[in-house]
Design a protein around this ligand. Structure first.
Ligand SMILES: [Fe+2]
Ligand SMILES: [Fe+2]
Length: 235
C-alpha cells in the first residue's frame, strides 16, 4: 500500500488512542515508550490515558503533532488505513501481520529455547519465565490467527457485501478482543520480567538477538491489534 498524502489532520486530546493511531500510526511507538496501555485500552481518550500515567497531556500531544508534521514534511508514507475497505484491511493484516507471526513465532521459540538451555543456569528465573510465557503466547496466537482467517474474516467479507448481519459476528469479535487482551498481558509480563528486554552484561549474541526479536514481535503485535480492535472490528 502506498498512499502518502501531504494533508495534515488535526489531533486532539479528546480523541481515543485508537483514533490518534488511526491518523498517525507513528503515535503507537510514542505510546509504547510512555508505557501507555494502548493495546487493550485503545478506546480511552488520549488526554485521560496520559493523565492516568502522570504525563503532561499538552506536552505529549505536541510531541505527537510535531513528529507527525515532520514525517509528512519529510515525505514519509503515512498509511491511512481508514481509507481501506474491510476487505483491503483484512488482506493487509494477513499479508503483513499474520505472515510475520507465522514466520517469526517458530524462530523466536527456537531462540528462547536456546538461551534457556545455554544460560538457564545463571539466569534461571528470568529465562524459564521467558521460555514458558513465549510458548503460551505462541500457542494462543496460532489458534487466534486460525480463528480469524477461517471464522471471522470470511464472515466479515460476507458482511461487507451485505449478505450477513453484524449480529452474526459480535460474539466472535468479543472473543477475539479478549484474546488480544490476553496476548497483550503476556507481552506486558515479558517486558516487566526482562526489565524492558534488557540483556545482562556480557550476554552472547543469541541472547541479544532473542530479546531484540521479542521486542520486534511486541511492536508488530501492537500495530496488528490496533488495526483489528480500532478499525476492522468497528462495525
Ligand atoms: Fe489478526
Ligand atoms: Fe487478532
Amino acid at each position: 500500500m502506498n498512499n502518502s498524502k501531504l494533508e495534515i489532520k488535526e489531533l486532539d486530546k479528546n480523541m481515543s488512542l485508537g483514533q490518534v493511531a488511526g491518523i498517525y500510526p507513528g503515535a503507537i511507538n510514542i505510546f509504547m515508550d510512555l508505557e501507555i496501555d494502548f493495546c487493550c485500552g485503545g478506546n480511552r481518550p488520549l488526554g485521560e490515558a496520559l493523565k492516568e500515567e502522570n504525563h503532561n497531556v499538552d506536552e505529549v500531544l505536541e510531541t505527537i503533532r510535531e513528529k507527525y508534521r515532520r514525517d509528512v514534511k519529510a515525505g514519509k508514507t503515512i498509511e491511512d488505513f481508514g481509507r481501506l475497505s474491510k476487505g483491503e484491511l483484512m488482506d493487509h493484516i494477513i499479508q503483513t501481520h499474520h505472515e510475520y507471526l507465522r514466520a517469526n513465532l517458530p524462530r523466536i521459540q527456537s531462540l528462547t529455547d536456546t538461551i534457556f538451555r545455554v544460560h538457564g543456569e545463571n539466569h534461571y528465573q528470568m529465562l524459564h519465565f521467558v521460555k514458558e510465557s513465549f510458548n503460551a503466547l505462541k500457542k494462543e496466537l496460532e489458534a487466534h490467527l486460525e480463528k480469524e482467517e477461517t471464522d471471522l474474516f470470511p464472515k466479515m467479507r460476507e458482511y461487507e457485501q451485505g449478505r450477513l448481519d453484524k449480529a452474526a459476528m459480535e460474539t466472535t469479535i468479543q472473543e477475539l478482543e479478549q484474546e488480544h487482551d490476553a496476548a497483550g498481558d503476556i507481552l506486558k509480563d515479558l517486558r516487566r520480567k526482562t526489565k524492558g528486554f534488557t540483556v545482562p552484561a556480557g550476554a552472547c549474541n543469541t541472547f541479544v538477538f532473542a530479546f531484540e526479536k521479542l521486542e520486534e514481535l511486541e511492536k508488530d503485535l501492537f500495530q496488528h491489534i490496533h488495526l483489528e480492535n480500532n478499525m476492522l472490528f468497528k462495525l
